[in-house]
Ligand binder design. Structure first.
Ligand code: ADP
Ligand code: MG
Length: 395
């Protein structure tokens, strides 16, 4: 990897400010519903503590406008403390004299969790003065929050102007796997695209069209492509403004694009809907396309079996409703069986693969929804760009 990581710097007895993504889902009583994001940062945290760092953690939680008592980091700090088996001191603010005093009294191997960084308005504004105050707390900066790397905020970008900045292990892993997708993927490289709207996927299509050998298309966006081919799509999701775009893609990509050949159509989007499987050239009016059909899964599986690299964004159907999750499940099975390096990116595809219990069978499921898509679109992530590059002879 081009970026320096925690392995490349000396952290012993240093104050290390580490940006983590502890933006966990909370229940109504403020309890943590899923601590996966906290657990994902443990390898870097444990490594730094093992090296004798004084670790200062910083994260956002939710979308507070100013101080919001329901979004304090106390529960997160408590859960981290349980997972680490050692105390985690939580501060009541992000910067300032009280925080400094606590840090001055730290010993190597101790952990402090700062208050929710979005309580301070300088964070999202990337205010240089606020970034400087944050940087003053530490000697070194580590970013392990890939999921927020697409935002130029004080704790993801601004702070790097004042401190040596390197990647944590989770960040490193994301960049390695996602980097493989956009630079020199082993061929055949097969892309699976699904999800809701064509308009959300234009950046992906544009950046992957030349790199991929095959692009398999299912999900809601399929129907705009079918429409572009002049087929009847009933009441299925249509992105009317992008029919011409879809036409252009089909012309340009030729055989590269493989559209689902059969679909599940339903009379309603509900668990007790009537539904049937039809060919894509035989979608009845008034019916809604909700999933890809078994023949499509078989065809997709043939491509996936021979792939060496797979990138998957967007579920194949309305997976939130169990009876319409079969297409996504079938394709997940084929990805799991393929010898290819398989990478999934996107909020819903990550959730779907977890729910359907395929998380362990995919090489890498990105933890960064929006950030992973921007990365695959070929856009620069400010939080990544800001990290130090390895020196030439280290590469
Ligand atoms: P990701 O988060 O992986 O990038 P998207 O956000 O683009 O994926 O799409 C996810 C949504 O697409 C899900 O809510 C799913 O219900 C919806 N979807 C999938 N197939 C269809 C379909 N045939 N019709 C309507 N919506 C669909
Ligand atoms: Mg989504």
């Amino acid at each position: 990897m081009r970026k320096k990581t925690v392995r490349d710097i000396d952290v012993s007895e240093k104050r290390v400010l580490m940006r983590v993504d502890f933006n966990v889902p909370l229940g109504e009583d403020g309890s943590i519903l899923d601590d996966r994001r906290i657990r994902a940062a443990l390898p870097t945290i444990e490594y730094l503590l093992g090296k004798g760092a004084k670790l200062i953690l910083v994260s956002h939680l939710g979308r507070p406008k100013g101080v919001d008592p329901t979004l304090r980091m106390d529960n997160v700090a408590r859960r981290l403390s349980e997972l680490l088996g050692k105390p985690v001191v939580k501060t009541d603010s992000c910067v300032g004299p009280q925080v400094k005093e606590k840090i001055d009294n730290m010993k190597p191997g101790e952990v402090i969790m700062l208050e929710n960084i979005r309580f301070c308005e300088g964070e999202t504004k990337n205010d240089p003065e606020f970034a400087r105050q944050l940087a003053e707390l530490a000697d070194v900066y580590v970013n392990d929050a890939f999921g927020t790397a697409h935002r130029a905020h004080a704790s993801t970008e601004g702070v790097t102007k004042y401190l040596p900045a390197v990647a944590g292990f989770l960040m490193e892993k994301e960049l390695e796997f996602l980097g493989k997708v956009i630079s020199e993927p082993d061929k055949p490289f097969v892309v699976i695209l699904g999800g809701a709207k064509v308009s959300d996927k234009i950046g992906l299509i544009e950046n992957l069209m030349d790199k991929a050998d095959t692009i398999l298309i299912g999900g809601g966006m399929l129907f705009t492509f079918l429409k572009a081919k002049g087929l009847e799509i009933g009441k299925s999701l249509l992105d009317a403004e992008h029919i011409d775009y879809a036409k252009g893609v089909l012309e340009k990509a030729g055989d590269k694009i493989v559209l689902a050949e059969d679909v599940v159509v339903a009379d309603r989007i509900a668990l007790d809907a009537s539904y049937k499987i039809v060919s894509t050239d035989n979608i009845p009016p008034d019916w809604i396309g909700v999933d890809i059909g078994p023949r499509s899964v078989e065809t997709f599986a043939r491509y996936l079996k021979n792939a060496r690299t797979i990138f998957w964004n967007g579920p194949m159907g309305i997976y939130e409703i169990e009876i319409f999750a079969e297409g996504t499940k079938g394709v997940a099975e084929a990805v799991a069986e393929s010898p290819a390096l398989s990478i999934a990116g996107g909020g819903d595809i990550a959730a779907a693969l977890e729910e359907l219990s395929y998380a362990e069978k995919i090489s890498h499921i990105s933890t960064g929804g929006g950030a992973s898509l921007e990365f695959i679109e070929g856009r620069e992530l400010p939080g990544v760009t800001a990290l130090q590059d390895k020196e030439f002879d280290e590469q």
